[in-house]
Design a protein around this ligand. Sequence first.
Ligand SMILES: [Zn+2]
Length: 199
Amino acid sequence: MNPKIEKLIKLFAKLPRVGTRGGQRIALCLLQDKTGRANALATAIVDATENVAPCPRCGVLTDRGAGVCEFCRDTSRANGQLCIVRDLSDVWTLEKSSVFHGRYHIIGGLLSGASGVLPQDLNIATLPTRISDEKISEVIFALPNTVEGKTTQHYIVSTIGDVDGLSYSELASGVPLGGDLDYLDEGTLTLAFGGRKSL
Ligand SMILES: [Zn+2]
């Protein structure tokens, strides 16, 4: 195989859920395309990776250097609710279901002894300041229902501690054990959110 094409396939194959066969299909599709799609794709990738960065407050990807993101700017979301999620795909899942209209906080992973993920690797340290600055009254955990998810949740609760007027809740059963939010259909997610349990 031509080494340039082989390199392209290998790069695509490493992307989530693509694999070697998928990588071959994408590479062929782009190489045979006559509409300029490969150039448009390359430009869009460079543009997004260079000009998008995590919101300094919540971690949602937003325009680099433009201050806080659309969620943090939206005053109608200053309703006292703060939803803690693992990554941006969880925000997208929750937004699609329209079940939540507060603010988000992306921690960027889960504590894991096995993988060596420590508290300082996650976006947790700023939470107490956010809670006081934004007058948060309810912290809602929407983390995966796994040992790592629960461990991370307990660590965050102990980090924030008892704050006057602050309650903690987690999504109700319905989130399958080990399941990620993006595997839930909208109906299940709405039920899990509406029936969330106090901690
Ligand atoms: Zn933000």
